[in-house]
Design a protein around this ligand. Sequence first.
Ligand code: AMP
Length: 131
Amino acid sequence: MTIFSKIIRGEIPSYKCAENDKFYAFLDINPLAQGHTLVVSKREVDYFFDLTDEELAEMIVFAKQVAAAIKQAFPCRKVGMAVLGLEVNHAHIHLVPLQSEGDMDFRKDKLKLSPEQMQQTAESISRAFAQ
Ligand code: AMP
């Protein structure tokens, strides 16, 4: 089982932002920007493009709703979307609030946010998602 499946099952803690029956959104623990969120498929599939066409379509629509919540909670020019999956073999999308192109550079130093800041960040996105 992947670390993300353990998070989805609640066996490992996460800063949850949103959820439906098929997808789970939570803060990336090493954020590129405040509000950097991961959208994960509850069905454990390694490679994003091995999801079914229907799952991919539904996942993008769910990510769209999460992106709107991120943008509302953390005003930004755009919310960027990226798929890497080089570290965790469980299909997921990165959503990153963008002010400039460099905000999407995965090689840059990550933000250091306290647990309290992470909790408040997740709550802000979660509130906006529920509206
Ligand atoms: P990648 O598989 O290359 O898309 O990278 C996996 C991402 O998951 C990285 O940005 C990590 O910071 C993030 N990550 C790994 N473990 C956790 C965790 N337990 N909670 C939140 N984010 C995580």
